[in-house]
Design a protein around this ligand. Structure first.
Ligand code: ADP
Ligand code: ZN
Ligand code: ZN
Length: 830
């Protein structure tokens, strides 16, 4: 097998009397020998080469169903505990080693911390494609026989025919370093195809077979890609004094565990700091992992790493292929190949750039971990294992004894609080601040416009004659017109997909609103020109006469036709509310004639509906970067990490979309979204303008984002959270019980609540100010027919939460399964 398993020497173990503990990649959990819950099962380990970390196939249950798992322990009879050795089954197969010991330790921590069966954590750590192992291809490599032999052979006139001599002449002119090589390469170098065969037959070329991981086409980003437009920092830029301070501070901690938080305004040169820290790490002979939000994994961001570290040696780079990029656009085979390259100590890969799960990349000699945009919600996985990659990164750095560097323009309040020293104590994280944009560029001017005023102004100017719904008010409209007239580009954000999110009866006395049949949510209307969906379940609903399209539930994804008539009073239904499609339509209506904006060419919409693949997204950004598209309109997908110098206007169509959510982080989200998207403006030489439309123009999150005042926002919000006993002032866990039967969901939640209550009682005074919130319906009380009831625990320390959850877990009263979602440090509370 290849070096995927480097650093992992199988030990010789006698075939008899050996047993292995296997963590099966299923959600099973039982009380283990030690009383601790785990998902490990014992098997006979007859294979002498078996080692901890190996992936194996084992028989499961009475039917001996084959299942895959990881060996997490090996030993003699003692590993069996009370089990009768005669009843222990043998394993079915050793599939190859796949989890290194350090990652096994990390998996154990995740399993304990996030209350998830170890086997599921291990299962999630390795991409499915990589579990199957890298697909190999056999290649035949050729090299010339040593000169003495060649001379002897060529002395024979039967061998030294004219074509052979000609072909040999070409071989002799090549460099020794060109060999061994494939026949194809020789043909390309000028050796006739028939000549290659003759030389092999004559014994002048020696053949050798070799297995190589299959290179399955380009991975989307390779070392030879130039970053598409956008400024690529030349390695020679001189760091600003502020940047130098951060780099020196972080580099000083290489070789030890330390957590650093960089708060740097957009365009302050954070990425350049990461690059310099990684350079120092590589110079020390170590490797690096860089996490970026999935959506920021564009050629733009990843390209900067590829460019700096993946270039040729002559560029002062680290050798071709030094950067592995793990993004969602990879095919399974590409992913497996990249993964194998990360694990291979002899491969050139030194830097791994990837989204959430790249934190599990099997990188040896880890020297630093960077988490860019550390506040980003995509770092939290919303299914088992429900881990937060930023927090796992801190733990992994701790285990690997290396520094971890978190960066953001708007750090999460959790991280910011961690960088704040408690009275009389030391802060957990070192805080670094980059308060200014590099190169003297200023932060853009942000103007908040009151949508109510805007509506009034428009009505007064035309005496309410205009019946259109305007999502762009006169101020934003005029600014967009000016920008387009001056040849500038604009980014418009509306964090809502579809055309209209409110489908209702026009008659207020009737009051019918279209809800999803299976969820507690309204349906969203999506325009679909040329698409006439024929969905099951809407028999009898005649298609709407004016609007081709369909309605969709954004929670369970159910779709049906837009009904023409109100089912209660038979009036023609209305579609209200907002969505990116409606903005798109409005922009084309307003600027199609005058400024030549066309949907799909000069106007590009970027949301989950138009961006079906990573490639769509790359293409859209590329069109915008080349100036072919003038306006980029989209959801939060466009708020992050993009750097287009020609963008002089950013418009937030409605800043209130996140503000109204029933989640205590609504304000924080709003602040982050407005700050991040505003940061896309004025990154070139022209100062930028940002227009934020809102119905709550005095909301602190919006006002402070407009003033670029993170610190004031954070202080105010943290003090509010302190008063309310919410994170980051407290730690929290949430258990959501779901069932199609409401009574069952409620009973189950009651059991969970009592289990946690008794665990809490057992803790006694050590529990401190722990609060247990009794079963309460979730804000979205039903999704996909399942009722959802939550029990929440708030405590002043993580330790208390852990003890309460572990206690309930070890007594078998709390398990993560299809009916029960245990979420430790939840970030979404809907
Ligand atoms: P951030 O990650 O904070 O948004 P970047 O690292 O992308 O900031 O820097 C913004 C721009 O400034 C980039 O084009 C980058 O190449 C450039 N830059 C960064 N540091 C310097 C520097 N010290 N001197 C000149 N240009 C710099
Ligand atoms: Zn639904
Ligand atoms: Zn009606």
């Amino acid at each position: 097998m290849s070096s995927l398993f480097a650093g992992h020497e199988p030990r010789e173990i006698g075939a008899t009397g050996r047993y292995a503990l296997v963590s099966v990649e299923r959600g099973i959990e039982r009380a283990g020998a030690s009383g601790e819950p785990d998902s490990t099962l014992a098997y006979r380990a007859d294979d002498p080469l078996l080692a901890v970390g190996d992936r194996v196939r084992v028989p499961l249950g009475r039917g001996n169903t084959p299942a895959e798992g990881i060996v997490v322990g090996l030993g003699g009879r003692e590993v069996l505990g009370e089990l009768d050795p005669a009843r222990v089954k043998p394993m079915l197969a050793r599939l190859g080693p796949s989890v290194r010991p350090d990652l096994l330790d990390l998996a154990r921590w995740i399993s304990d911390y996030y209350i998830c069966p170890l086997g599921m954590v291990l299962g999630a750590m390795v991409p499915a494609a990589a579990k199957r192992g890298p697909r190999v291809v056999r290649v035949t490599l050729l090299s010339p026989t040593p000169p003495a032999d060649a001379e002897r052979l060529l002395a024979d006139p039967k061998i030294a025919t004219k074509p052979v001599l000609k072909a040999w002449g070409v071989i002799a002119s090549l460099n020794a370093g060109d060999f061994p090589c494939t026949a194809k390469a020789l043909v390309e170098a000028g050796v006739p195809r028939a000549g290659v065969k003759r030389l092999v037959a004559a014994g002048l070329l020696a053949e050798r077979m070799e297995e190589r991981p299959r290179a399955s086409g380009p991975s989307g980003l390779t070392a030879t890609d130039s970053p598409p437009s956008g400024p690529a920092a030349a390695p020679s830029v001189e760091l600003t004094p502020e940047q130098r301070g951060v780099v020196e501070g972080v580099v000083a901690t290489l070789g030890t565990f330390a957590a650093h938080l960089i708060r740097g305004v957009t365009g302050s040169g954070k990425t350049e700091v990461y690059l310099r820290v990684i350079e120092a790490c590589l110079r020390a002979g170590k490797r690096a992992i860089v996490l970026v939000p999935e959506i920021a994994l564009t050629p733009q961001t990843a390209g900067r790493f590829v460019h700096r570290f993946g270039g040729s040696v002559e560029d002062g780079g680290w050798g071709v292929g030094a950067v592995a990029v793990l993004h969602s656009g990879l095919t399974p085979a590409q992913r497996a190949a990249q993964w194998a390259a990360c694990a291979d100590a002899s491969s050139p890969v030194r830097v791994v750039v990837g989204a959430r799960s790249a934190i599990f990349a099997p990188v040896e000699d880890l020297g630093v971990i960077v988490v860019d945009e550390e506040h980003d919600g995509s770092y939290k996985q919303d299914q088992l294992p429900r881990y937060h990659a930023r927090d796992v990164a801190v733990k992994r750095a701790h285990l690997a004894r290396c520094p971890v560097l978190l960066g953001s323009a708007t750090p999460s309040l959790e991280s910011f609080a961690n960088a704040d020293a408690p009275p009389g104590g030391a802060a957990k994280y070192a805080l670094w601040t980059l308060p200014r944009r590099v190169g003297g560029a200023s932060l853009p001017r942000v103007e908040i416009v009151d949508l109510a005023d805007e509506r009034r102004a428009r009505a007064q100017s035309d005496g309410w004659r205009d019946r259109h719904l305007h999502l762009l008010g006169p101020t934003l409209e005029a600014a967009l017109d000016r920008t387009l007239a001056q040849g500038g580009q604009a980014i418009l954000l509306l964090n809502k997909r579809g055309y209209a999110n409110h489908i209702c009866c026009p008659d207020q006395r009737c009051g019918w609103v279209m809800h999803c049949a299976d969820c507690d949510a309204t349906m969203v209307f999506h325009l679909a020109l040329g698409r006439a969906p024929d969905h099951a379940g809407d028999a009898g609903a005649a298609p709407h006469p004016r609007r081709p399209g369909y309605v969709r539930c954004h929670h369970c994804l159910a779709e049906q036709r837009l009904p023409a008539l109100c089912p209660l009073c038979r009036k023609t239904v209305n579609t209200f509310g907002q969505g990116t499609q409606r903005v798109e339509e409005e922009i084309e209506r307003k600027f199609g004639q005058t400024r030549g904006l066309r949907t799909g060419s000069t106007l590009v919409r970027v949301d989950a509906d138009t961006m079906r693949s990573a490639q769509d997204y790359f293409d859209a950004l590329d069109r915008f970067a080349r100036g072919e598209a003038r306006v980029l309109l989209g959801t939060q997908m466009i708020a992050k990490g993009l750097d287009f110098p020609n963008v002089s206007l950013v418009g937030v169509v409605n800043a209130d979309t996140a503000l109204a959510l029933p989640d205590f982080r609504a304000s924080e989200r709003t602040f982050q979204l407005v700050s991040q998207v505003a940061g896309r403006a004025g990154r070139g030489t022209e100062p930028g303008l940002v227009i934020v439309q809102s119905l709550s123009p005095r909301a602190p999150s919006i006002v402070l984002a407009a003033r670029h005042d993170y610190e004031a926002f954070a202080r105010e919000e943290i003090s509010f959270r302190q008063r309310a006993g919410l994170p980051p002032a407290a730690r929290m866990a949430r258990v959501v019980c779901r069932d199609e039967d409401y009574a069952k969901a409620l009973t189950h939640a009651g059991e969970v609540w009592r289990a946690l209550q008794s665990a809490l009682d057992a803790l006694g005074p050590a529990a401190g100010h722990t609060r247990l919130r009794p079963p309460t319906a979730c804000p979205i009380a039903r999704i996909a027919r399942h009722h959802r009831i939550a029990v929440e625990v708030y405590a002043s320390t993580r330790g208390v939460i852990q003890r309460v959850l572990q206690d309930a877990r070890s007594r078998g009263l709390l398990r993560s399964d299809a009916r029960t979602a245990v979420d430790v440090d939840p970030i979404a509370l809907l």
